[in-house]
Design a protein around this ligand. Sequence first.
Ligand code: ZN
Length: 251
Amino acid sequence: MRILILSDSHANLEGLEACLAVAPSSDRTVNLGDVVGYGASPNEVTERSRKLGQIFVRGNHDKACTGVTSVDGFNPAAAMAAMWTMKSLTPENLDFLKQLPQGPVTMPEVPDVQLVHGSPLDEDEYLIVQRDAIKPLERAQARITFFGHTHIQGGFAVQNEQWATLRPVYASKDQQENCVLQLQDGAKYLINPGSTGQPRDGDPRAAFCVYDTDAHAVTFYRVPYNIKGAQDRILAAKLPERLAFRLAEGR
Ligand code: ZN
C-alpha cells in the first residue's frame, strides 16, 4: 500500500497543488493537520484536502481558526491570520475543521503506524531536536509515527539505543527532487513529511512524503511552486507581509 502524507498546508493553495501534481498515485491520503492558518486560501485548501481523503489529525491552527482554542499563545501575525481565517471560512469548512480529531490517530489496515500533529504525548509539542524525540519514541507502540507541526522535513530514528536525526539530502533548492529513506527492521521512527504550505527548514520548496508499506520505504519530496502567487494572495488579503515574505525564504 502507498500512503500519501501531507502536513501543514496552511491555506497555501499553490504549494498544495504543486505537491499533488507530482505525487505518485496512492491508496490513502493522510493529513497531519494545520490545513489552514497563515495563508490566504483557507476555503480552497480545506475543500481540496477534504476531497483527498478522510484521515486527518487536527493542528493547533485548525483549532485556533475555528474557536476550539483561543489565539492566546500565538504570535501577533499568527493570531491576526487566525482571526482572518475564522471570518473567511465558509460555515461548512469551519465545521469540518472544527471536528478534526486529536492525535494520535491510527489506521486499522496499517497497524504499525500512528499519526499526530505535534508529538504522540502532546498534540501541540514541537519535536525539533533529537532530545525532543527521546520520550515520544521510547513510549511509542507504533513502529512509525508520522508527525508535523515543525515544518521541518525529516525526523528521528532509534535502533538498539542508537539515535539518529534524519534529514533528506538534496542537490538543489529549486528543482523537483526526492530522497528515499529505506526503513530498517527493528528501528522505530518519527517521520515528518515537511510542510506543503510554509516550509521552515531553509528550503522554500513545498514538501511531502509517501510511505510504501510493501517496500518499507519513505520517499521525501521537494517541489518548486508558484511562491509569488501565494504571496500575492496574502498581500491582497491584507494579512501580515511577513507571512508572504517568509515563503520565499523557507523560514
Ligand atoms: Zn503548522
